[in-house]
Unconditional design. Structure first.
Length: 314
């Protein structure tokens, strides 16, 4: 009887084990299917958005959704050039996943406040990385735009060969202009639509003068065959733009010096007051509500100053 009971128990345990194994395999298959469907939907959404964005280049109105703005930020910062497979969905998913991992790692080491602070620092660094990439791209276009116009001026440009000239000139300029000029050439050769290739190129660089130049070229392409007058007028416009930019950067340096002097004087005043009163000024700033309000106001002013700094520096 006991032998029969042992065999029945073994049979039941084996049945439960096989059932659990099959259930686990089915669960993994379902999870894999969900991940594959999610990946496919992301790629399809990215492809549809790209097609919609390209169709809207010939129209005046464009849709400005969160995904398109994120795509534009990644393009302007140069991340799409370094990571060609990067899309808005993948970037957002990777950012959220890495931020969650950083928060979970810090949760066991520094508690809830440390986790929130770590995740906040991670997303702040991510944002600053994108802004730094955009700033570098703007400065590179500033340095190469006149060179680009000089090369264009050395050719007798006609409508039939404009993208071919872009391909020849691209090797003499730096990123991001090099990549967009080559892409414009290959797109025009593939699709046969030079106007759409030019409009697409204008959307890949944030620099206002580059956008203006390319859009004027697209208009000239439809109504005239000679770009000489356009190139000459663009040279004058770009030189004036760069001159005003140099003046703004001079004002910027003065503002930085003044802000540094204000910060130094504020520190001296706080240390002087700290020695005159019984309560520590630093305790008041960091541990009381009025101190937090004062630090918040100072931080807001400093962030606004940095934003204006980046805007003028472009």
């Amino acid at each position: 009887m006991s032998r029969l009971f042992e065999l029945a128990s073994c049979f039941i345990l084996l049945f439960i084990g096989f059932a659990a194994l099959l259930y686990r395999i089915r669960w993994l298959e379902r999870l894999t299917g969900i991940l594959l469907r999610t990946k496919g939907s992301w790629e399809e959404a990215s492809r549809q958005r790209l097609l919609e964005n390209r169709r809207s280049l010939k129209e005046v109105q464009k849709k400005h959704s969160l995904w398109m703005r994120l795509e534009r930020e990644l393009t302007y910062s140069g991340w799409r050039v370094r990571l060609p497979l990067l899309t808005a969905e993948r970037f957002l998913a990777a950012s959220v996943s890495l931020g969650a991992c950083a928060a979970l790692a810090l949760l066991s080491l520094a508690g809830g406040k440390g986790a929130v602070a770590g995740a906040s620092v991670f997303f702040l660094l991510l944002y600053l990385g994108i802004q730094w990439g955009k700033l570098r791209a703007m400065r590179s276009v500033n340095d190469n735009l006149l060179k680009f116009l000089d090369f264009l001026g050395s050719y007798s440009i006609t409508a039939g060969e404009i993208t071919g000239i872009f391909h020849q000139v691209s090797r003499y300029v730096e990123e991001p202009m090099q990549s967009v000029l080559e892409e414009c050439y290959y797109e025009a050769q593939t699709t046969g639509d030079t106007c759409l290739a030019l409009l697409s190129m204008a959307e890949k660089i944030e620099h206002p003068k580059f956008k203006e130049l390319v859009r004027n070229m697209e208009i000239s392409l439809r109504y005239c065959a000679d770009f000489t007058a356009l190139v000459n007028s663009s040279k004058r416009s770009v030189r004036e733009y760069l001159r005003l930019g140099a003046e703004r950067r001079g004002m910027l340096r003065e503002a930085v010096v003044n802000m540094a002097l204000l910060l130094v004087m504020s520190g001296i005043v706080l240390m002087t007051v700290d020695g005159m009163i019984a309560v520590s000024v630093w305790d008041i700033l960091w541990r009381t509500l009025p101190g937090w309000i004062a630090l918040g106001v100072m931080g807001t002013i400093f962030l606004l100053f940095l934003r204006q700094l980046v805007t003028i520096h472009r």
